[in-house]
Design a protein around this ligand. Structure first.
Ligand code: HEC
Ligand code: HEC
Ligand SMILES: [Cu+2]
Length: 480
């Protein structure tokens, strides 16, 4: 069979390649948000330079080998009717030694810098001033972000200061993910049960695109994030702002939305980790939500709880993106997300598990109010903050207790009604239990374990709450 006849004529055959050309060229555009050529930090820089070094060696090899091949084809082609065999050079020791030695030398030239860079970039960052530690935990399909020692927790957007080394300590809560910020550093796989470290530094400011680079399930391609590199002062301002209380809600929609949020969304999302105990307990809370999800997995739909670890939404209105770095945060996009998260991100766990979606109970008014509330979730201005709380806060014991209940993260696990979240609903607790039991349940959660719940309450309340705060809390709980 003549292959040539099966294919279109030569000129239109090459037309097939046309659409591929821009795609191939676009990959080289340094300005592209995820280009590994336009680097913005020393780690990615070194890696790109190594790539280019190897690339030029490969180009030289290609040109020499193909050149020799083409030269031989033309120079020694069969001419006229001379059918005799040319000189045979089989068994030429000198030639064979040479073309064995040359590849060995080339591979050594490639291996030396490669191995050196692998070792240089492994482990902690170089000793160049203070290092910022950030903990990242990968979830299907979003990123939990914690600044240990700073009492700041957030999700999907990672702020870093320009010019300072950052050391990421990474875990996975479920399957293998891979953390990749192309302009700052190469990929690092995150394997469940293992701790991975990755150091990087941004030499210039910007919103760097990040992406999970290891197939991790249905919404993998939409598991993105951003790294926002800013001047050290701006970074410090951001850290401080994350520890300030939220500004007062202004619009009626937002005020109504807050209640809709508490009833429908608060079982998974925290918005109150701007105060130290809440931030410190967020990891434990999320771990508890994760194990509740695992316990639930094989239950019938109707028996599943309304729980899975979810992105922290404290001061959410200050974020730039939504849906794990997927689309920009605007009110319209947020309305679309809340109305049907699957519209934007197929397979996400919120749509799958949250009761309002399973039972289809959100009205369009709820959605509008929720969006208004989340858009208004911003910290108060720096100069509007009252003196730090010295334990002599005003109000009655019950009022102080209520605010401690929120700020310590209790409300993330307990409703004040009778519905169970990660922990039992606390309405009517005083009718069931005495003060000592309540006190012991808070400071020593292992002491009594309520039937049907696993003991996931963090052990740190005994240390983080003063005895006054504890008394106020108990006074408050008894009013429920
Ligand atoms: C069952 C737990 C659960 C409930 C209940 C829940 N969510 Fe979510 N939510 C999630 C998870 C999980 C994600 C992450 C989805 C993803 O990106 O894959 C998420 C993501 C979000 C995000 C995007 C966050 C980000 O950083 O990009 C917003 C906003 C949000 N939820 C709002 C809400 C609102 C409003 C409600 C109440 C109607 C709600 N959620 C109820 C689990 C929940
Ligand atoms: C990480 C989730 C979590 C957080 C945060 C949390 N709890 Fe709990 N709590 C639980 C769970 C689960 C139980 C039931 C199992 C047990 O007793 O350990 C429980 C039990 C209790 C009980 C006993 C309830 C009963 O019906 O017998 C009280 C009281 C209580 N918690 C108060 C608090 C207070 C106050 C805070 C905040 C300072 C708090 N919890 C923070 C998960 C949490
Ligand atoms: Cu992933």
């Amino acid at each position: 069979m003549n292959l040539r006849r099966l294919l279109p004529p030569a000129r239109s055959r090459s037309l097939f390649l046309l659409p591929v050309v821009p795609a191939v060229l676009a990959a080289c555009n340094k300005g592209d948000a995820q280009s590994t050529f336009g680097t913005s930090g020393p780690v990615a820089d070194t890696q790109a330079n190594l790539f280019i070094f190897i690339f030029w060696i490969a180009v030289a090899v290609f040109v020499l080998v193909e050149g020799a091949l083409i030269y031989s084809i033309i120079r020694f082609r069969r001419r006229g009717s001379d059918d005799s065999l040319p000189d045979q050079t089989h068994g030429n020791n000198k030639l064979e030694v040479i073309w064995t030695a040359i590849p060995v030398l080339i591979l050594i030239a490639i291996a030396i810098p490669t191995v050196k860079i692998i070792y240089d970039q492994d482990g902690p960052p170089p000793d160049q001033g203070p290092v910022l530690d950030i903990k990242v935990r990968a979830h299907q399909w979003w990123w939990e972000v914690e600044y240990p020692g700073e009492d700041v927790v957030t999700a999907n957007e990672i702020h870093i200061p320009i010019g300072q080394w950052v050391n990421f300590t990474m875990h996975s809560d479920d399957v293998i993910h891979s953390f990749w910020v192309p302009k700052l550093a190469g990929k690092m796989d995150i394997v469940p049960g293992d701790v991975r470290q990755l150091a990087m530094k941004a030499d210039e400011g910007g919103m760097f695109f990040g992406q999970c680079a290891e197939f991790c399930g249905e919404a993998h391609a939409k598991m993105r994030f951003r790294v926002k590199a800013e001047e050290p002062e701006a970074f410090q301002d951001w850290l401080d702002s994350m520890r300030r209380p939220p500004a007062e809600l202004v619009s009626d929609d937002a005020i109504a939305g807050q209640k809709v949020f508490t009833d429908n969304c608060g079982s998974c999302h925290a918005t109150n980790t701007w105060q130290a105990p809440g931030a410190r307990n967020e990891r434990t809370r999320l771990a508890g939500l994760r194990s509740a999800y695992l316990d639930d997995r094989n239950k019938a739909d109707g028996d599943r709880t309304n729980l899975i670890a979810a992105p922290n939404l404290t001061h959410f209105g200050t974020r730039d993106t939504l849906g794990a770095g997927l689309i920009s945060l605007t009110r319209d996009n947020l309305v679309e997300w809340i109305a049907d998260p699957d519209d934007i991100k197929e397979g996400n766990r919120m749509k799958e598990l949250a009761r309002p979606y399973r039972e289809n109970t959100l009205t369009s008014e709820d959605v509008r109010q929720l969006a208004a509330y989340l858009m208004e979730l911003k910290p108060v201005a720096a100069d509007a903050v009252m003196e730090p709380d010295d334990g002599t806060a005003g109000g009655t014991a019950v009022e102080r207790g209520a605010s401690t209940f929120d700020s310590s993260g209790c409300s993330g696990c307990h409703s004040t009604g009778s519905d169970d979240r990660l922990g039992p609903g606390l309405a009517g607790i005083s009718a069931r239990q005495n003060d000592d039991y309540i006190r012991e349940s808070i400071i020593n959660p292992g002491a009594f374990v309520v039937e049907g719940f696993s003991p996931v309450m963090t052990e740190t309340f005994g240390d983080t709450l003063s005895s006054d705060e504890l008394n106020d809390l108990i006074a408050y709980l008894k009013t429920l």
